[in-house]
Structure formats: structure tokens, C-alpha cells
Write a protein that binds this ligand. Structure first.
Ligand SMILES: *[C@@H]1O[C@H](CO)[C@@H](O)[C@H](O)[C@H]1NC(C)=O
Ligand SMILES: *[C@@H]1O[C@H](CO)[C@@H](O)[C@H](O)[C@H]1NC(C)=O
Ligand SMILES: *[C@@H]1O[C@H](CO)[C@@H](O)[C@H](O)[C@H]1NC(C)=O
Ligand SMILES: *[C@@H]1O[C@H](CO)[C@@H](O)[C@H](O)[C@H]1NC(C)=O
Ligand SMILES: *[C@@H]1O[C@H](CO)[C@@H](O)[C@H](O)[C@H]1NC(C)=O
Ligand SMILES: *[C@@H]1O[C@H](CO)[C@@H](O)[C@H](O)[C@H]1NC(C)=O
Length: 429
């Protein structure tokens, strides 16, 4: 099945197409394309503070359009719904327990100015009005050749070299003396790489190495359960070669002086040192480097949001991979952990089944009455949300799959929660 991109979420494939839907489908994860962004951009910072929001309407439209095939389970109808809760043993049938902001403003302490021939004008003052999208102060586009770059609130390191930046004692002191915010666990400290993974949400440039500001941003951002704060050596101007082919004739600033940015990136999964793999890059001859990278995580303390029409989610040790007789199918969505995507998928599958039953003039259809949503990690790095649909409520004791090997890759399970439909669907027309 072909994958499609929409907004920041890509749908992988219907596991119903796989021979054994009850098994965890490694290929669905391996084959899924990564989201377009897996970390903050190194090149463009002008849009850094635009507020992140989950485009639920767009996701819903795309998922519903994709779910066109009827899905069934091997145990259906009265046998599946006879008990309100199915136990793995099928004997015990105990009921399960209850279940912002505006574009970047130019730094007033910026001292850089455009080099000869820059087509835009420099401003040293804060923006008086709402800036034009994609620019700051409305008229400096940082993507223009040799355009001054926004922010740069950290100290200018002298001498202005990569080695001096990497060794700068104050940066390491910031990382080492940082206080872990309440509710979070520190997962790495003072590394030279920033986090890169599919579970990227958004980022913001800060005015100081403020762990608490970054935590506040995470706490007020949907889906965020971890953050990475770090210091980046960035160019003061957009590095440009005098290159006719790139329409930059007469513009030449391949290795401008550096500025120092404090960056805060937000993640919809836990993060650890394994994913702190972005060591910077070259922009023409300018070397971007990262120092003082710290990670903080509250995934284990976070109950995911409720889904409309569903009871409070129930936390599981692992994923349900053994409920195959009750399973209608599964799908994998690369991106941050987002159970609401599974809810949309479940509702769309039920609607598709119901409509097909009506068309065929039969009196029943297979409903999705519960789903299991979990984050899949590949070799400790977050991949996306895996959703499995069931036609009856299975107890948490089914959720025993905690991970497994596929070739050289270890797939782990994190944040496994089940959601039961508040009013169970009897599948009758
Ligand atoms: C920044 O915003 C502009 C205008 O909204 C958009 O065209 C551009 O793609 C954005 N850049 C990034 C990196 O998001
Ligand atoms: C990052 O730090 C590690 C451990 O100190 C070191 O081995 C590695 O070479 C560094 N990488 C870069 C790109 O600086
Ligand atoms: C350079 O400008 C020409 C004319 O405006 C345009 O057709 C071409 O795509 C541009 N090339 C690049 C690399 O931006
Ligand atoms: C750009 O290159 C041309 C020829 O390649 C040269 O004449 C001109 O001086 C260069 N301009 C700058 C600003 O380096
Ligand atoms: C959910 O269960 C996992 C695994 O047992 C545990 O680590 C985590 O703290 C629990 N989360 C919450 C919010 O209770
Ligand atoms: C979260 O809980 C899991 C399972 O209980 C554990 O392996 C992991 O280390 C915990 N993560 C943090 C950051 O405490």
C-alpha cells in the first residue's frame, strides 16, 4: 500500500494487508517515510516562534479518505461482545477498571549589517507592527543572500572559531548547573549534539539558557512530553557564495562572523542521549556547532489526552500484539505520540464497515470498540504512533509485547495506552 503525506503526518500502510494482523508489523514502521522535519532547521530561524498546533481536521480528513477497505476480525459478533472485557485466558471475564506567539523580533543588540549589495534593509530596532510572514521586522528576509540572521542572544565568543566555541567554559557551566524542572527527569547533559527524531514538534529560540522557560513551553504545547535545550553557533549573515547559478551574483559572505543562539526543541516522546545526533553542519564555509545540549523528559508522568467518545485511557506495560482474533487492523503514523490519530482511524474504520454493510443489505458490521496506541522506538529513537483496533474491550493483561528484534534493529514500546469506546458499539444495523 502506498503511503501519503499530509500536514506533518504521514500514514503508513494498513496492517490488515499483512498476513497476521495480531503481530507487530515491523515493516510498517521500517517502510514509513519520516516526517518532513525531524528537528529544528539549521538554516531558517525566522519562523521559529510560530505556535504549534495539531491539525486535527486535516488528519481526520486524510485518515478517513484512506480507510476505504472493510476490516474484520476472526472472532466477531456475539462471541466478541458476549463479555464486556476479554481476558487472554477467555475464562476470567472481569470488567476492566475505570478505565503562540508572533514571529521572531530582531534583536536590538544585533550589530551585524548586510554586506554590499544585499537587497533588503537592516533594522536594529524591534518590530513596530506585525511583521510579514517569513520575514522579521517585515522587510528582512533571513533567507536572502547575506541577510542578517535574527536572534543571537548569547555571548560572542572570541576568537571566533569553532574550537573556541566548543571549549567556551560558560556554555558548559550553563548545562552543568541547570536545575531539573519539577515533573521532569534529566536524561542527558552537556552533549555536543541536539536531538533528532520523528517525534519532533517545534522549537523556539530563547534569550538565555533557561531550562524553566523551555519546560514552560513544553508544558503549554500539545503532545509535548520532553525537551532539548542547547546552544548553537550560527552565522550572523546568511552564508552565500558569489554564484551566478544560484542567483547570488555579487553576494559573497561564505563564512561570516558567528552569533550564539539558545535553542529549545520540543518532543512528543521520551528523548535520551541516543537521539542527540545532530552535531551541526556546514552552511557554505560556516560551521554550525552545538554545545551544552541537555535533555529533560516527563513521558512517564504524562497521561495522554482523552479522545472524544472514549473513556479515560488505561496505561499498559506493553502493547497488545496477541489479541489477533479481535483485531480489525493496525496502522503506523510517523510523528509525535498522538493517540487521537488512532481514535480518528478507529472511528473511520467503523464508519467504513457500517456503510459497506448497509450497501450490501446485511444486518451487522464489525465495529472498533477499543484501540491501543503506543510509541514505537527503533534502537531507542522515537518513530511514531502505532494503532491497533479491536472489536471488543480487551483487559490490560493482553498488553504484554514490550519490544522485539527485527534483524539488527530493536523495536521498543513506550506510552502504551488503551482507549475503550464509552458506549460500546454492538455492530447491529
Ligand atoms: C516560513 O514562513 C513562510 C511564510 O509563511 C513560509 O513560506 C516558509 O516556508 C516558512 N519557513 C519554514 C522553514 O517553515
Ligand atoms: C562529540 O563528543 C563526543 C564525546 O566527547 C566525541 O567523541 C565526538 O567526536 C564529538 N563530536 C563532534 C561532532 O564534535
Ligand atoms: C534564478 O532566477 C531565474 C530568473 O528569475 C529563475 O528562473 C531561476 O529559477 C533562479 N535560479 C535559482 C537557483 O534560484
Ligand atoms: C563575484 O564574482 C565575479 C566573477 O566571478 C567577480 O568579478 C566579482 O568581483 C565577485 N563579487 C564579489 C562580491 O565577490
Ligand atoms: C504507565 O506505565 C509505564 C510502564 O509501566 C510507567 O513507566 C509509567 O510511569 C506509567 N505512566 C503513568 C502516567 O502512570
Ligand atoms: C520510564 O519508564 C520506563 C519503564 O518503566 C523505564 O525503562 C524508563 O527508564 C523510564 N524513563 C525515565 C526517563 O525515567
Amino acid at each position: 500500500m502506498r503511503s501519503v503525506f499530509f500536514a506533518a503526518v504521514a500514514i503508513a500502510r494498513l496492517a490488515a494487508a499483512a498476513p497476521t494482523p495480531q503481530q507487530f508489523d515491523f515493516a510498517a514502521v521500517l517502510d514509513a517515510p519520516s516526517p518532513s522535519a525531524t528537528g529544528p532547521p539549521l538554516t531558517v530561524v525566522a519562523n521559529a516562534t510560530s505556535t504549534f498546533s495539531v491539525d486535527t481536521a486535516s488528519i481526520a480528513a486524510s485518515v478517513s479518505a484512506e480507510v476505504t477497505t472493510v476490516a474484520t476480525a476472526s472472532i466477531t459478533g456475539a462471541s466478541a461482545s458476549a463479555a464486556s472485557t476479554q481476558e487472554p485466558s477467555s475464562t476470567g471475564l472481569a470488567k476492566r477498571g475505570p478505565l503562540s506567539s508572533s514571529p521572531t523580533v530582531a534583536s536590538t543588540k544585533s550589530t551585524v549589517s548586510p554586506q554590499s549589495g544585499t537587497s533588503t534593509t537592516s533594522s536594529q530596532t524591534a518590530c513596530p507592527t506585525t511583521p510579514e510572514a517569513g520575514t522579521y521586522c517585515g522587510f528582512i528576509n533571513p533567507e536572502d543572500p547575506c541577510a542578517p540572521q535574527p536572534d543571537g542572544d548569547g555571548p560572542r565568543v572570541t576568537p571566533d572559531t569553532v574550537a573556541a566555541f566548543e571549549a567556551y567554559p560558560a556554555f558548559h557551566a550553563d548545562a552543568l548547573k541547570a536545575i531539573t524542572p519539577a515533573g521532569y527527569v534529566e536524561t542527558f547533559k552537556d552533549l555536543n549534539g541536539s536531538t533528532s527524531a520523528n517525534s519532533y514538534i517545534t522549537f523556539k529560540t530563547l534569550t538565555s539558557y533557561s531550562v524553566s522557560d523551555c519546560a514552560n513551553l513544553c508544558d503549554t504545547t500539545t503532545l509535548c512530553t520532553a525537551f532539548n535545550i542547547y546552544i548553537e553557533r550560527d552565522p550572523s549573515l546568511n552564508p552565500t557564495l558569489n554564484d551566478t547559478a544560484a542567483n547570488t551574483t555579487g553576494q559573497y559572505c561564505p563564512n561570516p562572523s558567528s552569533i550564539t543562539n539558545y535553542k529549545c526543541s520540543l518532543w512528543g516522546s521520551s528523548i535520551d542521549a541516543t537521539s542527540a545526533t545532530n552535531y551541526g553542519d556546514y552552511r557554505e564555509q560556516f560551521q554550525v556547532v552545538i554545545v551544552a545540549s541537555n535533555g529533560y523528559d516527563k513521558t512517564n508522568n504524562t497521561t495522554p489526552p482523552t479522545c472524544p467518545g472514549y473513556e479515560q485511557p488505561s496505561n499498559c506495560t506493553g502493547a497488545i500484539s496477541s489479541g489477533g482474533s479481535y483485531c480489525l487492523g493496525s496502522r503506523f503514523f510517523p510523528g509525535p505520540y498522538n493517540p487521537s490519530v488512532c481514535g480518528i482511524y478507529a472511528d473511520a474504520q467503523t464508519a467504513t464497515n457500517k456503510a459497506a454493510a448497509k450497501d450490501r443489505g446485511v444486518s451487522s458490521y464489525v465495529p472498533s470498540n477499543m484501540f491501543n496506541a503506543y510509541m514505537v522506538k527503533k534502537n531507542s529513537v522515537a518513530q511514531g504512533t502505532y494503532c491497533s483496533l479491536f472489536n471488543t474491550v480487551l483487559s490490560d493483561s493482553w498488553a504484554s509485547f514490550e519490544g522485539g528484534w527485527s534483524g539488527q534493529n530493536y523495536f521498543g514500546v513506550e506510552s502504551s495506552w488503551t482507549y475503550a469506546l464509552s458506549v460500546q458499539d454492538d455492530g447491529k444495523l
